[in-house]
Write a protein that binds this ligand. Sequence first.
Ligand code: DGL
Length: 265
Amino acid sequence: MNVQGLPIGVFDSGLGGLSVLRSLRAMLPIEDVLYYADSAHCPYGLRAPEEILNRSVAITGTLVERGAKLVVVACNTATSVALQELRARFGVPIVGLVPAVKPAVAVTRSGRIGVLATPRTACGETLAELIRRHANGTAVITVPAPGLADLVEAGYTAGPEVEGVLRPLLDPLVASGIDTLVLGCTHYPFLRDAIRLLVGPDIAVIDSGEAIARRTWDVLATHGRLRTGAEHGGLSLLTSGEANAVGATASRLLGEPVTASHLLV
Ligand code: DGL
């Protein structure tokens, strides 16, 4: 098989990266995707950087061994810890993602934006550097959200459990006068409706999915790796977690039947 026909590798600490997958599919519908959900080690947001780095290297190695022509790190936390090392070690293009601070600064009118992120991303140097480079006078209020990704991982995207975690995080942000909220973790787009109910219609809620899909398209095009043809791309889902449970939650999140296979790396 020529390189164009090979799959795009995607990984996340768990199923949050499926929100990135949705954007990839919208922009690159004929590409096959090989997705690794590191569900046995989710959440990354509370783990030590060395552990996140080791997991990211092992998973990327597996995706590359299985033919990935490009790897998308569909996790803000893993990107902030491991992107440089992955690029140094592997011979395929690696695309990472960062919270959408720059686009948020471009659209805010109140000059105040909020960033909801995992504890690791919230206190990491990547976000601090993004704010230094792009805030440009805008007040950026970062809110660490321990436990939020776990809810999505367990298949909860609405209801009292979700509201109970979200409300204490979002009420102070709304009260502080933000008009733009950045979803700084790939799990959170699955909570968009629940977040919208709490922040109301006037706050823009943005994530990085579309930007990363566009970037992936560009990188594949630059490397001559875009797939050609008319067929629809398929999804293979691998997980370090319990395959049936992960498959069931993935099906719920994507709204289509998905089967997962267990693979320890
Ligand atoms: N989905 C991940 C992110 O974008 C991490 C969630 C977690 O494992 O803490 O940061």
